[in-house]
Write a new protein. Structure first.
Lengths: 133, 408
């Protein structure tokens, strides 16, 4: 019960500044990727000349890259600024649990979102046929 | 153990609360907690539960975003050209700086450094208000273009104008006055607070000073954002549009639709989206007779049949995308257009902005309590919890920024 018992871990200024610098760098990186990297004709032949002969269309990578950078930033904030690294594990589990259920929710919504499109189209065309004599 | 805990308080009765030993009565210790440690952990657990709830709350909005982007990527590619990436990046860095500051403030609280708690939290408030100032310019710029949420969308790509619901004025007219007024009033309020703080009215002084910093930073944010992105009015005065010059090159919607269709094809097998009536749902409702005509038919006039304001409140014509007028050609299934993208944009960033405002109020409360000297290394739970909340607001923006501004 003395002072030592509730000594919280104090983050060092160097770590705080380094985290901030990394966050700003990642922000600039994601802007640069979006602004200056042409994913629709990515010069893959420069990096892998034995595999590719022409620029490759890798626009499908846009979303994964964006989300990966954002998640790296989010982890930096959560682990260092919110000091989950020295916190009780249970608090981290709460956050991870919320994120897991968010992913489940969005994933299920995506899987299901086109499910009733045929019925909707049938309904609207039926209604239209009834309204047009 | 229970005996010891219940027996402890009478023993320590003679001691002063300033005593460093563990069994004293800290004035912040609520009677239903055994000690400050337990209180701290319980309070922090409650905060994390709240933050988990916040994540789930925002997940609904992100689900809406994900579903519509999954099915209509070409609309997102088109629409995001209305968003200024530089302003978004500036706002991101401002929020990151505020996060650093408040993390620094929590560190100062652990070290019983009252002065640093106050300084970092006032800096955080300044960043938050700066963010809101930039947001104000972004929002009003869109409103002046006719880009609003839901029914307030009347943007015409041919003229970059919408129906002006407000008569003869635009939001941009009021921004210089708002900026100058905020700067002047902010300085005055901050000086007033500093004078109070100098006269030993610490709580009153610091809170008033912090409010002054907020008002000033809001004005500074407006000035900063206008430096990056001039408003519609100034663009009109300059005689051109920077971001939309590409679309202006003698083409109407037909060209844009063709471009978006070719851009969309690599994203997957999306059914070809037709934009027979331009981009806006509002036009579908207002001018059903023009639907299905060649796009050139309406490219000449500014919004040939702008929705009168009264019609939006009138339940007669169907305002929603679900039920378009009956006389339309068979291609009139519910469509997702730029109007819907901006509904998602305004709701997501708007809800985030509401969280910023809530954070400003909470941080002001912390400033007041810190000025009263209530925080030290033994008790700083409010500093910690408000800091956690602020970091979560930052986290949401970390995802919102690339998802809204960096689509391509």
């Amino acid at each position: 019960m003395s002072h030592d018992a509730h000594s919280h871990h104090i983050t060092s200024p160097q770590l705080l500044w380094a985290t901030f610098a990394a966050l700003v760098a990642l922000t600039l990186l994601t802007v640069a990727v979006s602004s200056y990297v042409h994913l629709e004709r990515f010069p893959a032949q420069v990096f892998l000349p034995m595999v590719f002969d022409d620029p490759v269309d890798v626009r499908w990578l846009d979303m994964p890259i964006t989300l990966a950078i954002a998640t790296a930033k989010a982890l930096l904030v959560a682990v260092i600024f919110m000091h989950l690294q020295h916190d009780k594990l249970f608090n981290a589990i709460l956050l991870i649990g919320a994120v897991v259920f968010m992913v489940l929710f969005i994933g299920m919504a995506l899987l299901d979102s086109g499910q009733y499109q045929p019925q909707v189209e049938t309904y609207t065309s039926d209604k239209e046929a009834m309204q047009n004599p | 153990m229970a005996d010891a805990a219940t027996a402890a308080p009478p023993e320590t009765e003679p001691h002063h609360s300033g005593h460093d030993h563990g069994h004293d009565h800290h004035e912040a210790l609520a009677h239903h907690f055994e000690d400050l440690d337990q209180q701290f952990e319980a309070g922090k657990l409650g905060m994390w539960l709240f933050l988990a709830q916040e994540v789930l709350f925002f997940s609904g909005l992100f689900a809406a975003y994900a579903v519509y982007r999954w099915h209509h990527p070409e609309v997102f590619v088109d629409a995001h050209t209305h968003l200024n990436t530089t302003l978004g990046a500036v706002n991101t860095i401002v929020l990151l700086a505020s996060s650093l500051a408040i993390a620094w403030g929590v560190r100062a609280a652990m070290r019983s450094d009252r002065r640093t708690i106050l300084n970092t939290h006032v800096f955080t408030l300044g960043c938050a208000a700066l963010f809101m100032g930039v947001k104000a310019i972004e929002y009003t710029h869109k409103w002046d273009e006719g880009i609003g949420a839901g029914d307030w969308y009347s943007y015409d790509p041919a003229t970059h104008k919408g129906f002006n619901y407000w008569g003869d004025w635009t939001w941009g007219d009021y921004m210089p006055g708002l900026a100058i007024g905020s700067l002047v009033i902010g300085v005055l309020v901050a000086l007033w607070g500093a004078r109070w703080a100098g006269n030993n009215a610490l709580v009153k002084g610091w809170v008033t000073g912090a409010i002054g910093v907020c008002i000033f930073s809001f004005g500074f944010g407006i000035v900063l954002a206008k430096g990056v992105m001039p408003t519609e009015l100034e663009l009109a005065r300059a005689g051109g549009h920077d971001a939309h010059a590409v679309h202006d090159a003698g083409h109407s919607e037909g060209a844009i639709d063709g471009a978006s269709a070719t851009e969309a094809s690599p994203h997957g097998d999306i059914a070809p989206i037709d934009h027979p009536s331009g981009e806006g749902l509002a036009e579908v409702d207002a001018a059903p007779d023009q639907v299905g005509e060649p796009a050139g038919a309406e490219s000449g006039a500014l919004n040939p049949n702008p929705i009168p304001r009264g019609e939006l409140t009138d339940p007669g014509p169907d305002p929603g995308p679900e039920a378009p007028p009956a006389a339309e050609p068979p291609t009139r299934q519910p469509k997702f257009t730029e109007a819907n993208f901006f509904s998602i944009y305004f709701v997501m960033t708007g809800v985030h902005a509401v969280h910023i405002v809530g954070g400003i109020i909470a941080i002001l409360w912390v400033v007041g309590k810190a000025a009263a000297g209530e925080f030290d290394a033994d008790y700083f739970l409010p500093v910690e919890n408000v800091g956690l909340y602020w970091h979560l607001v930052d986290l949401v923006w970390i995802y919102l920024f690339p998802l809204m501004y960096l689509i391509h």
